[in-house]
Design a protein around this ligand. Structure first.
Ligand code: INI
Length: 153
């Protein structure tokens, strides 16, 4: 059986990070995890550009423009939607997830999903590098693997 899989090396590729400022105390850790992972696997500092949007709800629209610019080989979407006391959690999280997926499918640009959707601040902190890995780092790895896989298809 022939196996086709994207590897974890990245060279001469442009990557955009799109991050929501809402819950920035968590999102900054996701950005760092993402950036460090890209650098670890071969990206140069100048290959990476960071775009901020106000919150997770705005991520899809920014992604749409960024993906359609044709300048980026892959994108990592980063944010933190925390349920704790937020009545519109479901709407913000739902629209964000749906929009990210739609832009990726429409544009053909791989967009990794590094948006935390959690119940509590503690869970968010855990998943931003404190205990349960760093979702930003994991999303960066997915972006690298998808860029390399799509190149072979
Ligand atoms: N945005 C987030 O990124 N995370 C959240 O937890 C959140 N909550 O809880 O409301 C949130 N809301 C803001 C939203 O993304 C938009 O920026 C805002 O509604 C303006 O359009």
């Amino acid at each position: 059986m022939k196996t086709i899989e994207g590897d974890l090396t990245i060279r001469d590729k442009k990557i955009a990070l799109v991050a929501g400022r809402f819950n920035s105390f968590v999102v900054e850790h996701l950005i760092k995890g993402s950036k460090d992972t890209l650098l670890k696997h071969g990206a140069e500092e100048t290959d990476i550009e960071l775009f901020y949007v106000p919150g997770a709800f705005e991520i899809p629209l920014a992604l749409k423009k960024i993906a359609s610019s044709g300048k980026y080989d892959g994108i990592v979407a980063l944010g933190a939607v925390i349920r704790g006391g937020t009545p519109h959690f479901e709407y913000v999280a739902g629209e964000c997830v749906k929009g990210i997926s739609q832009v990726s499918l429409d544009s053909g640009v791989p967009i990794a999903f590094g948006v935390l959707t959690v119940d509590t601040i503690e869970q968010a902190i855990d998943r931003a590098g404190a205990n349960s890995g760093n979702k930003g780092a994991e999303a960066a790895e997915s972006a690298i693997r998808m860029i390399n896989l799509l190149e072979q298809l």
